[in-house]
Ligand binder design. Structure first.
Ligand SMILES: [Ca+2]
Ligand SMILES: [Ca+2]
Ligand SMILES: [Ca+2]
Ligand SMILES: [Ca+2]
Length: 308
C-alpha cells in the first residue's frame, strides 16, 4: 500500500518565513506565547493581526492558516491531510479513518475466491518472489470454486484483538460456515449472519497470531485442511496470508504448498499429462533435493458479516 508521507510541520523557522511573506514589520514578537486577550496584546506592534501570536491570521495558533492547530493544513486535526480524521493515513481524504478499531472481533464472508495467476499469491520459499504453480489449473479450479461459493457453504475470516488497523498484533482465522437462511442474495450485504463452528471464546479454530504493519496484515496458520474446487487441498506448508482489512472489507492473498499428487489428480481429471505434477513441482518441503510439492496462490475479497 502506498503511504502518503507526512508533511513537515511549520517549525520556528517556518513561522518566521510565513511572517516574512505576509510582511511583518521588524520588531514583531515571534516568541509571544502569552494567553490571548492579555492587556499586553493590545500594545503588540509589528503583528498584522490582533491576537497574541505572531502570524497574520486571527486564530490562536502560530501558523498562517485558518485552523486552530499548528500544522500546515487547513483542518483542525493534527495530521497533514485535509480530511476530518486524526491520523496520517493513506486514504484519499474520504474522512474515513481506517486505522483505529473499536471492537473485539471482526468477521468477513469471502465473496470472491480465485486461484491467482502466477504473480498472485505469497512467497512460500522465501526467495522474494510469489510462488503459484497452481496457476496452471486456475481455469478449471476457478470454475469449481465459483460454483461452490454459490451454495450454502461459505468461506469465513475472523480477526480478534485488533486495536489498530494500521499497526498491531492480533489473531486471525479462516474457516467455513453455513448460510442458514437459504438466501444467497443477502450474503454480501455486510450484515448477514453465518453459522460457524466457534470455540468458547467465540472464535474459529483454524487460527494463528497475526500482525498488522503499515496497514497490511500477515498471518501464518500452521496447519489447515481445506476443500477448494472439489479437491482436498491439505497444505504441506503453513498457510501464509496477507491483505488489507477494515471493518467492512478484507482483501488479500494466501498461499500454501500442496502435495504434487493433488495436481496429478487434477491433471488426470482434465485430460492433461499427469507428468505435469512432476515437471511443475516447485517446493522441496523435506529438503531432500527433490521438489515434492506444488505452490498454490489465491486471491480473495471478503465483506463484513457476523458469526454465530
Ligand atoms: Ca518464492
Ligand atoms: Ca492488538
Ligand atoms: Ca443468506
Ligand atoms: Ca523433497
Amino acid at each position: 500500500m502506498i503511504r502518503i508521507p507526512l508533511f513537515s510541520r511549520l517549525n520556528a523557522t517556518g513561522i518566521a518565513v510565513v511572517c516574512t511573506l505576509v510582511g511583518c514589520a521588524p520588531g514583531y514578537k515571534a516568541t509571544d506565547v502569552d494567553p490571548i486577550g492579555t492587556s499586553e496584546d493590545t500594545a503588540e506592534t509589528g503583528d498584522a493581526d490582533t491576537d497574541a501570536d505572531s502570524d497574520a491570521d486571527s486564530d490562536a495558533d502560530s501558523d498562517a492558516d485558518s485552523d486552530t492547530d499548528s500544522d500546515a493544513d487547513t483542518d483542525a486535526d493534527s495530521d497533514a491531510d485535509s480530511d476530518a480524521d486524526s491520523d496520517a493515513d493513506s486514504d484519499a481524504d474520504t474522512s474515513v479513518d481506517v486505522c483505529p478499531s473499536t471492537g473485539p472481533d471482526w468477521s468477513w464472508v469471502v465473496e470472491t475466491l480465485e486461484v491467482g495467476n502466477t504473480t498472485d499469491g505469497v512467497d512460500l520459499d522465501g526467495d522474494g518472489t510469489v510462488d503459484n504453480v497452481m496457476a496452471v489449473a486456475r481455469g478449471s479450479l476457478n470454475t469449481s470454486i465459483l460454483a461452490e461459493l454459490s451454495g450454502a457453504t461459505v468461506v469465513l475470516m475472523q480477526f480478534w484483538g485488533v486495536d489498530d488497523w494500521c499497526n498491531d498484533d492480533m489473531n486471525g482465522a479462516i474457516g467455513w460456515g453455513s448460510d442458514t437462511d437459504g438466501d444467497h442474495s443477502d450474503n454480501y450485504t455486510g450484515t448477514e449472519s453465518f453459522d460457524a463452528t466457534l470455540d468458547s471464546s467465540g472464535h474459529m479454530a483454524m487460527a494463528s497470531a497475526a500482525t498488522i504493519a503499515g496497514s497490511t496484515w500477515t498471518a501464518s496458520i500452521p496447519s489447515a485442511s481445506m476443500t477448494i474446487g472439489g479437491y482436498v487441498l491439505t497444505p504441506v506448508t503453513p498457510v501464509l496470508l496477507e491483505g488489507q482489512a477494515t471493518e467492512t472489507t478484507n482483501i488479500g492473498v494466501f498461499g500454501f504448498g500442496i502435495d504434487k499428487e493433488v495436481l496429478r489428480g487434477i491433471a488426470v481429471d482434465n485430460g492433461w499429462d499427469p507428468a505435469l505434477a512432476d515437471t511443475l513441482a516447485d517446493l522441496d518441503t523435506d529438503a531432500d533435493g527433490v521438489n515434492d510439492a506444488i505452490s498454490a496462490g489465491f486471491t480473495f475479497d471478503a465483506t463484513a458479516c457476523t458469526l454465530f
